[in-house]
Design a protein around this ligand. Structure first.
Ligand code: ZN
Length: 406
């Protein structure tokens, strides 16, 4: 395998697992497209022995990946609350005021920056999707409609716009030019500025068997070790780290310019990763073996229930749901339909498996016996929302790390 590492440029990379060729996880189909062949791309995970970064080999061009992107402001209640709390905390800790600047890369519709603005802190969003940038501007969140990288960072710095706090949540895993984005962060961050960076954690991916978070939009799967090396190359330093439950387990990094004091939490977590084996291929190979075992148990359970005459559906037409259904071969022979809160997805069909996507109310109207919870990362919230369905005897199946009935 001759492609270089997305972070450090080393080669060769070592194969971890192959999930086959899958359609793009967010390529939901309209009824008139169901007869057409869907493009499929290899979904192969590899490990860099030099910097320990886990990554996929395929880079689907952004214009293909985001051609008709359905993820519009469909934030969960949990995420909205979390954004408000984080902005309040940072504004207080960093003593931000009218002379400060809070920025966000991939700022969406301003869901996070609006809280800084409400606290009197000037803000600037950077968002490449025009519909989202427009939505932010409608809410009076100044937003630059552009891709963030070294070039844009130099422009902003030349305009005198540099950040006291710079957020990048769920950005690094998505960008093909990883080094360009990190170089840009170093440029746009004030000398005593702080970047708050959230990424799904590769240790949780493996240990909780969250293989369904692997899809073509997620190019990289980070450990703290891999991130630490990446930031060091750009004269940045991971000053502090938190392990948070978001998206099945994420790291929240506090990154500053090199020379800033490093907390014990960082050194402790680096040591814990080494002890757990995250610097070795074996750690991820073992994960690959557990995915196969999970397939047997989950598909076995669904077939058994179907064989007993039960009616099955799924909740959450999510990207991770696309991976799970396609990789495990769970389709219309087992599931009748999928429900989702997103009105953009309702009326469409799931990629590869072609299940109709209905409103959540369909669970009460059609009363399936079991519902496979594909958005397990919001399990508590969804189970609470579906109290009426559950009170009528409906049950949920949470697929990872072990199939579990609730
Ligand atoms: Zn590497």
């Amino acid at each position: 395998m001759s492609i270089p590492c997305r972070s450090c440029g080393s080669r060769p990379l070592q194969p971890v697992l192959s999930l086959g060729r899958t359609p793009l996880a967010n390529a939901f189909l309209t009824a008139d497209r169901l007869g057409e062949a869907e493009p499929r791309y290899p979904l192969d995970l590899v490990f860099c022995p030099a910097c320990s970064l886990v990554q996929i080999t395929e880079t689907v061009p952004p214009e293909v990946l985001f051609a008709d992107y359905p993820y519009f402001s469909s934030f969960s209640d949990t995420m909205v609350r979390s954004a408000r709390d984080l902005a309040g905390r940072l504004a207080c800790e960093r003593k931000l005021g009218a002379d400060s600047m809070a920025m966000e890369i991939a700022s969406n519709d301003g869901y996070l920056l609006q809280h800084y603005r409400d606290l009197g802190v000037p803000v600037l969003g950077i968002e490449p999707a025009a519909n989202l940038a427009n939505a932010a501007e409608q809410k009076n969140i100044p937003t630059r409609c552009a891709f963030f990288g070294r070039g844009l960072a130099e422009d902003l710095a030349a305009e005198g716009r540099r950040a006291d706090v710079l957020h990048a949540h769920n950005v690094l895993a998505h960008v093909a030019d990883l080094n360009g984005v990190v170089a840009g962060i170093a440029i746009v961050l004030k000398p005593d500025g702080l970047a708050v960076i959230e990424v799904p954690y590769a240790r949780d991916l493996s240990e909780k068997c969250e293989f369904d978070t692997i899809y073509h939009e997620h190019l990289c799967y980070f450990s703290l070790r891999a991130l630490d090396g990446l930031f060091r190359r750009h004269r940045l330093s991971v000053a502090d780290v938190e392990h948070i439950p978001l998206h099945g387990g994420s790291l929240r990094l506090f990154v500053a310019h090199a020379g800033t004091a490093v907390s014990d939490r960082v050194t402790d977590l680096l040591a814990a990763e080494r002890a757990a084996g995250l610097l070795t291929l074996d750690f991820y190979r073992e994960f690959a073996g557990r995915i196969e075992a999970l397939r047997g148990r989950l598909v076995g359970l669904l077939r058994q229930l179907k064989g007993e005459g039960r009616r099955l559906a799924a909740y959450g037409a999510s990207a991770k749901g696309s991976t799970l259904l396609n990789v495990f071969g769970i389709g219309a022979d087992l599931l009748d339909f999928v429900v989702d809160r997103s009105t953009v997805k309702q009326g469409r069909f799931t990629p590869g498996t072609h299940l109709p996507i209905l409103r959540p109310e369909a669970l009460l109207e059609r009363r399936p016996d079991y519902v496979l919870l594909l958005t397990w990362n919001f399990a508590d919230e969804i189970l609470a929302q579906q109290a009426a369905y559950r009170a009528q005897g409906g049950r949920f199946i949470i697929p990872v790390p072990e199939p579990r009935l609730v």
